[in-house]
Ligand binder design. Structure first.
Ligand code: SF4
Ligand code: FES
Length: 252
């Protein structure tokens, strides 16, 4: 395939960005999207008059959540239920123009070209996305705790969130509710997470708001674009957890 790539180039966080057009030729339909960008970058390096395009990637197998490209107006591109790194060029046609942008959301500032800073997600996790475990003394075996199969299945589904940020990029409000609710749900469904549930949901929601993520207005764009197909039912669970935490919080 011969393709035209319209790529967002931005030298640094404070610099003014712009779209730049590139031509790539003889791209195999079996190449992954990131391999196609590697080919472009090799050509740019060989020519020597322009810096390669900066983009995030790590595992390239859909598990780390690093890859984050907005392709033809959709986070992770046209295919459903997969990350950018898992998408192949057979999703595009010979002669097509592909528009490639970084995630666009205030809490995810651009670092360079297609790379954004997703530290905001780390800060939300630090606010409560964990369980405190005492390591001294004798602990029961993890599998000695009876957990209903339905709850463990649902917790596992929530735990499949890879923190990529596509839900925020897809949302017109830049809401992080799908991400935060997946993390809240995953722990709220299991006995190990129940002890700190009340503080967890309040602290994570507070941090999410502080960082400038918008509110959920039920467009479901997040669920539609999530590469792990996390369900919006987790947002409903988080709202219930939040309400119940507020009602049962000790009065001051
Ligand atoms: S909920 Fe889905 S889209 Fe959002 S961070 Fe997790 S995996 Fe990515
Ligand atoms: S590079 Fe790890 S999920 Fe895409």
């Amino acid at each position: 395939m011969d393709l035209t790539l319209k790529i967002w180039r931005q030298a640094s966080a404070g610099a003014k960005g712009q779209f730049v057009n590139y031509q790539v030729k003889n791209i195999s339909a079996e190449a992954s999207f990131l391999e196609m960008l590697d080919i472009l970058n090799e050509e740019l390096v060989m020519k020597g008059n322009e810096e390669p395009v900066a983009f995030d990637h790590d595992c390239r197998e859909g598990i780390c959540g690093a890859c984050s490209l907005y392709i033809n107006g959709r986070p992770h591109g046209p295919d459903r239920g997969i990350t950018t790194c898992q998408m192949h060029m057979r999703n595009f046609k010979d002669g097509e123009t592909i528009v490639i942008e970084p995630w666009r959301a205030k809490p995810f500032p651009v670092i360079k070209d297609l790379m954004v800073d997703r530290t905001a997600f780390d800060e939300i996790i630090q606010a409560g996305g964990y369980v405190s475990v005492r390591t001294g003394g004798t602990l029961p075996d993890a599998n000695a705790l009876p957990i209903p199969k339905a709850a463990s299945d649902e917790a596992m589904d929530a735990a499949s969130c890879i923190g990529c940020g596509a839900c925020v990029a897809a949302c017109k409000n830049a809401s992080a509710m799908l991400f935060v609710s997946a993390k809240v749900s995953q722990l709220a469904l299991l006995p190990q997470g129940k002890l700190e549930a009340r503080e967890r949901v309040q602290n994570m929601v507070k941090k999410m708001d502080e960082l400038g993520f918008g509110n959920c207005t039920n467009t479901y764009a997040c669920e539609a674009e999530c590469p792990k197909e996390i369900s919006v039912t987790h947002i409903a669970r988080m709202n219930r957890e939040y309400l119940s935490a507020k009602i049962t919080a000790p009065q001051k």
